[in-house]
Design a protein around this ligand. Sequence first.
Ligand code: ADP
Length: 485
Amino acid sequence: MTDFSDLLSKVPTGLWIDGGSRDGESGNRFDVVNPATGEVLTSVANASVADGDAALTSAAVAQSSWAATPPRERSMILRRAWELVVERTEDFALLMTIEMGKTLPESRGEVTYGAEFLRWFSEEAVRVGGRTATAPSGNGRILVTKEPVGPCLAITPWNFPLAMGTRKIGPALAAGCTMIVKPAEDTPLTMLLLAQVFADAGLPPGVLSVVPTLDAPNVIGALMKDRRLRKVSFTGSTQVGKKLIEQSADQVLRTSMELGGNAPFIVFDDADIDAAVDGALAAKMRNGGEACTAANRLLVHNPIRAEFTKALAARIGATKYGPGYDDGVALGPLINAKQRNSVAALVDEAVTAGAHVHTGGKSVEGAGFFFEPTVLDDVPAGQRILSEEIFGPVAVITGFDTEEEAIERANATDYGLAAYFFTKSLDRALRVSSALEAGMVGVNRGVISDPAAPFGGVKQSGLGSEGGSEGIEEYLNTKYIALTP
Ligand code: ADP
């Protein structure tokens, strides 16, 4: 077994509450597993409802002084946290690789991307404005100010253990909100190390808590019923997101929801095919396909389908898989056995129904949760693999004849997160961008996420935007003050 003890000794594995690491009230812990081997890395404290309550108490106590802290001071703490994460890139990268499975180069990329939310929102913290106007009647002034929402709860997924946290923590802290983070069960370590970094950066106790738990429904349920909580921000499945929206009705909580996707990736016959293959490789294989923005359905213009498919299958088929910390590996394992079984079931059903396997198609025997990099073509309409999020290294290709057909099929889903297409025509680029029902559209590129841009979906892919100048609005309430001069 590779020895990760030096790295793991730097990670606080208790609950992070009130500025320090502590055991849970029950003393229970749960294991964190390396998905490349199935071996236990370490264990972390398992928060109970009482621990959630303690975290909210510390967040509620810290709220007013954090809101009153000068924006420049809040900004500088975020800036220092950005510097420290960047300084500790290798620790964060290896930690993500061993708890989540992605390759080391991808983990380093996530450190840059995830840390950038802290720098970006350190810059936004000092630019929260408002507006004034004279009432049209002339009878007074309209003063509009922005105030922090109050204590927030963030629930994050396992696929981007750092960035899905910083994308919420950055704007919340910049706006003057305190935050409790409930990281995913499979990947609690990265957020716990980040909590330590924030303490090192000078964040006051109570402003940020991290409470891993195996009992999310009860711990989260109790927090969302507590009158001191003002907002919930969630990234995860549409199914859990819907439950949280229902639960948020009780207290009419502010909500931000980044939910599932079923991204179409359209290649028109006027595209640069080499660039489209590069883009498809990135949109499909980045993070092992375990991303809500991953290209779920590749729709390829029939005149170029054979050429495109052959080129993509050659590239994907040559992808070396293995533990993410091994040299030369371009694809790590899936997160756990359940996820691998789900990918295998989608592929098996499609193949039984007549899909053509160009490369891959099977789970890998032996230790770890590997699935072969796979390309399927001629997938019959109506297959689950065309309507459900795959979350694995499986490219699914179908053909189309006209632009209208491509758009209709791209939009024929309950989801609306990302969409991609390749064309050299400017007319078509503008026309198709506006016709696609998606919160984000990539034109001639396969990677779109950027901390400076608003990330979010339409339809059942979510509510609200994260990142960009829009991201901080999710953590601000608008107040109107009527003034008689
Ligand atoms: P994924 O498919 O990515 O595992 P989930 O939606 O199941 O997505 O999980 C995303 C996050 O939501 C995780 O942190 C998980 O613990 C949390 N979660 C799952 N079920 C619930 C629930 N009933 N209430 C609150 N949080 C939940």
